[in-house]
Design a protein around this ligand. Structure first.
Ligand SMILES: [Zn+2]
Length: 320
């Protein structure tokens, strides 16, 4: 039996809406017609051919464009798109534990992708209570920021602390059963959030700061703290996140550039705490991935069953 693949970060609805990509096409067909300079890596059929069983699918609105009302509208439009895919039989949205357990039974037969919904950045929420309607429709994961700082916390590109409003949102998350994604938090805010929030934590898409010095990635201390909280790290096969010297336009890096991050994270966290969070196609394409990683089916060469999906699945089953 092929491994049970889990990808902990895919901006599927953002690709469909912001980039106008038809993700129901085969990857070849999308590549043949897509006008963007970044060659696409993901469509729903490319996930299916690889046997991806589960993905954390984002609701994401760019906080650098428009105002809060626009972000909220976009988040709900992306949610509606996932629901439309579900009605069309393309995906299953896993809202409650029973959905996850039923999916584990059904997936080996029908190969339908399961989605766990992740709000990437809380900037669309006017108040912590605004999380409730999203939770009702299936949201199970949230990262407080996306790069920029906001009313809730400092981000990787705009450092700052966790705010009082951020504390209140963490309380709401714990009460509703929404897990915390540490990705994109400023170092200071990440430590404060770990302290304030006692529910399930993870990092859906981040690499090792020891190898790429940027607040976008997790310090050794945070990696150890995440493992101490039984969290899982999703590693990103994106060249700019693997080697600080790599710039757009340069040749693709060898696969070893990715395996170095995997080895570093596993040494600190233990092998059972590291998995995949590809972030394909979250603002880059084929030109920016390591050699040999052209689509999801190529990821199977990167690790064992735990790394490819078992570790994320065990984490989910612990709290979902
Ligand atoms: Zn994303």
């Amino acid at each position: 039996m092929p491994p049970f693949l889990v990808d902990a970060h895919l901006d599927l609805a953002w690709n469909a809406r912001a980039l106008g990509r038809d993700l129901t096409l085969s990857l070849e067909a999308l590549r043949a017609q897509d006008p963007h300079p970044d060659t696409p890596l993901v469509t729903l059929p490319s996930l299916k051919e690889a046997g991806v069983a589960l993905a954390f699918a984002t609701l994401f609105a760019d906080p650098r464009e428009g105002a809060r009302e626009d972000w909220e509208e976009e988040v709900y439009a992306q949610l509606a798109l996932y629901e439309a895919w579900e009605r069309g039989g393309l995906v299953r949205v896993l809202r409650e534990r029973a959905d996850l357990l039923a999916h584990l039974e059904r997936f080996p037969q029908d190969g339908v992708l399961g989605l766990v919904l992740l709000l990437e950045g809380a900037h669309a929420l006017e108040a912590p209570e605004d999380l409730r309607p999203l939770r009702k429709r299936g949201l199970r994961l949230l990262s407080l920021t996306w790069a920029t700082g906001n009313a809730y916390a400092g981000g990787n590109a705009e450092p700052g602390p966790l705010t009082a409003k951020g504390q209140a949102l963490l309380q709401e998350m714990a009460a509703l059963g929404v897990a915390l994604d540490l990705s994109h938090l400023a170092e200071e805010a990440a430590w404060e959030a770990l302290e304030a929030y006692r529910g399930p934590v993870c990092a859906t898409h981040a690499n090792c700061r020891a190898l790429v010095p940027s607040e976008r990635h997790l310090s050794d201390g945070l990696l150890r703290a995440l493992a101490g909280r039984e969290g899982v790290l999703g590693l990103v096969p994106f060249n700019a996140f693997l080697d600080p010297a790599w710039k757009r336009g340069m040749p693709r890096l060898p696969l070893e550039a990715f395996l170095r991050h995997k080895a570093h994270a596993e040494a600190l966290m233990g092998g059972g705490r590291v998995g995949l969070g590809t972030d394909w196609d979250g603002g880059f394409g084929l030109e920016a991935t390591p050699q040999g990683l052209d689509r999801h089916r190529d990821l199977c060469a990167l690790g064992d069953e735990g790394f490819l999906g078992g570790n994320w699945l065990r984490w989910l089953l612990g709290w979902f």
